[in-house]
Design a protein around this ligand. Structure first.
Ligand code: BG6
Length: 471
């Protein structure tokens, strides 16, 4: 057999999100989002980031030069509807409309994320954001505005980014992270599921040719040892961190093990009589699933009397990263077989193939990798180079596994690595860079915001040009 390649029409892309990339936080009518107001504790804020809002033409030209045939970006709700649920902002509509036109003119298919953590702060203040059922109607209206304005040109849509991580990482939802908020979390999750279902139904009504689904952060869960208690812990983690969310998306039902747990701990969210019908409506079934993959996770059994712990991310690289512990179910631990990046994230290319098989076996729908990448500290050389061999190595190995999964029968339609260009890392600002293109600024100093192509840019260009044959 000859060297394997990727399917014809495979989407080769790169990903970004609005609050991490655009800047112009307070410009042209945009209001603040909850992440604008929360993500600045340890580094810089979201006011300028990569200043894409003012460099977008140049950035699209770089995408074209890279050879992308798709590009994943998110639309900022507070730029489109600054009050969250009132009038639309013509300047916000125009910004994205012009961007979409420029992408299409460059032969680049837009892949649009509707919600990437940036809830308008006004809705948080009005009624507690995702805590209230009111969010479902407001999100529906926001989606309506997007479909009406961009649905003629955008075919690929992603509803909500990383729903499961939003509940694991409390700062993304203005949660405290205390166990006392467990019930609130499950209630918010329920609202988000209903909003997601409604967004998909409306998309199918208004844009018959659209392809729409959520983008979720997933990891395969490994047992630390062959002790059956650890194997059960890996099963539990898979159910609670993966299947719980994806079953609600694709089957419209609560996983029975999760429901039993919610009942036993008095955590069942308030539900209304029509909720089940909405979740199970065939028109609400996603057409595909976006997967953000960074690492696998390893767990062992956790006794009932262990302390509860939500995951804590490393914010400096020097500090320790703490895994999640769910008493009686599982406890995250390090995997001694895997190397880590500078922030203790375990590097596991084969884990991507394992995960793709697990998800495809369970749901049989097309998959798209909506994020995959490695962050690192980088220093521009005096002749404006970035020698990011570690990124090339990371992406190369993941793409080889992805190609193998496709050869084994998994339907993967595209790859949108994180990130197209350097942007503000959610946990580490500009100290932790992900892009194929370097943005000349630091957390402390804006410098000139010039763009410089990294070594990985030329490597990825070749991968795309050869449809993966160069791997
Ligand atoms: C994903 C998010 O969780 O991971 C992105 O969708 C984020 O917004 C990315 O930037 C990488 O995480 P971090 O914390 O290193 O920026």
């Amino acid at each position: 057999m000859g060297k394997q390649t990727f399917p014809d029409g495979f989407l080769w892309g790169g990903a970004t999100s609005a609050y991490q990339f655009e800047g112009a936080r307070d410009e042209d009518g945009k209001s603040r989002s909850i992440v604008d107001n929360s993500i600045n504790a340890h580094y810089t804020d979201t006011s300028i980031t990569s200043d894409h809002y003012h460099h977008w033409r140049e950035d699209v030209a770089l995408m074209k030069e890279l050879g992308l045939n798709s590009y994943r970006f998110s639309i900022a709700w507070p730029r489109i509807i600054p009050s969250g649920n009132g009038a639309t902002n013509p300047k916000g509509i125009k910004f994205y409309s012009d961007l979409i036109d420029a992408l299409l003119a460059a032969g680049i298919e837009p892949v649009v994320t509707i919600y990437h953590f940036d809830l308008p702060q006004t809705l948080q203040d009005q009624y507690g954001g995702w805590r209230s059922r009111q969010i479902i109607a407001d999100f529906d209206h926001y989606c309506y505005v997007l479909y009406k304005n961009f649905g003629d040109r955008v075919k690929y849509w992603l509803t909500i980014n990383e729903q499961s991580n939003m509940f694991a990482l409390p700062y993304l939802l203005n949660l405290s992270g205390d166990e006392s908020e467990e019930r609130v979390k499950f209630q918010m999750n329920h609202h988000m599921m209903l909003a997601n279902a409604q967004a998909i139904i409306r998309a199918h009504e208004m844009m018959p040719h659209a392809i729409i689904g959520p983008a979720i952060g997933l990891s395969p869960y490994y047992a630390l040892t062959a002790d059956p208690q650890d194997v059960i812990a890996a099963h539990n983690a898979t159910v609670f961190r993966n299947d719980f969310f994806t079953d609600l998306y694709f089957k419209g039902t609560y996983h029975p093990e999760v429901m039993n747990y919610l009942v036993a701990d008095d955590l069942v969210p308030d539900m209304e009589p029509n909720d089940a019908a909405l979740l199970m409506n065939p028109a609400a079934k996603p057409d595909y699933l976006g997967i953000n993959y960074y690492e696998s996770k390893t767990v062992r059994a956790a006794p009932r009397d262990t302390a509860y712990h939500s995951p804590a991310m490393s914010v400096t690289g020097e500090d320790v990263r703490v895994g999640e512990t769910r008493p009686g179910l599982y406890q995250e631990v390090a995997n001694s077989h895997l190397p880590t990046n500078e922030w203790h994230w375990e590097i596991d290319p084969a884990g991507l193939r394992i995960l793709l098989h697990q998800i495809y076996d369970r749901y049989g729908v097309p998959l798209i990798i909506t994020e995959n990448g490695i962050g690192g500290v980088e220093q521009l050389t005096s002749d404006h180079q970035i020698h990011d061999d570690y990124r090339i190595d990371f992406l190369d190995k993941h793409l080889v596994e992805l190609r193998q999964a496709i050869a084994e029968g998994v339907d993967v339609i595209g790859y949108e690595p994180w990130s197209f260009m350097d942007l503000l890392s959610t946990t580490n600002g500009f100290r932790k860079r992900y892009g194929f293109v370097y943005v000349n600024r630091t957390d402390e100093d804006l410098l000139d915001l010039n763009r410089y192509k990294k070594d990985s840019f030329y490597w990825y260009q070749k991968v795309i040009e050869t449809n993966g044959m160069s791997l």
